[in-house]
Design a binder for this molecule. Sequence first.
Ligand code: AMP
Length: 145
Amino acid sequence: MRISDILRVKGERVVTVPPEADVTELLALLAEHKIGAVIVSRDGARVEGIVSERDIVRALATRGAAVLSEPVAAIQTTEVRSVARTAALDEVERLMTERRFRHVPVIEDGALRGVVSIGDVVKFRIDELQTERASLEEYITGERA
Ligand code: AMP
């Protein structure tokens, strides 16, 4: 299973925010799209950072409500780990487990091509297990489920 298999199903659409947008605008985007992280980019192609709900929580806990009017650039992570479309699903799982993040952008030829979340990974693994189980049952019983 490759990252491109996930993107084929979920699509390549990515929600981005410019670094100068404020945290209140970021909250609106997270709520509107029902997502947990947004890629920071001015042109929608070059990844400048990533900002997740955890960054907002951390900033609120240390600096209080004033954070809401700060720019996204003040709370983003700029050293973004990404994967290629051709990467195996195992690679993104390892990255998420070792680094403890739940979102990984997919980059090809320097341009943003999608985002894989931990929810996407879990969904694909469950689908894979169900298909495998159905084949095994068919093999054992001779009956198609
Ligand atoms: P998450 O678990 O994705 O909500 O993110 C947890 C922390 O890791 C936050 O500080 C994010 O900004 C950061 N983060 C999330 N995804 C990535 C990524 N692909 N590369 C680098 N940092 C990330």
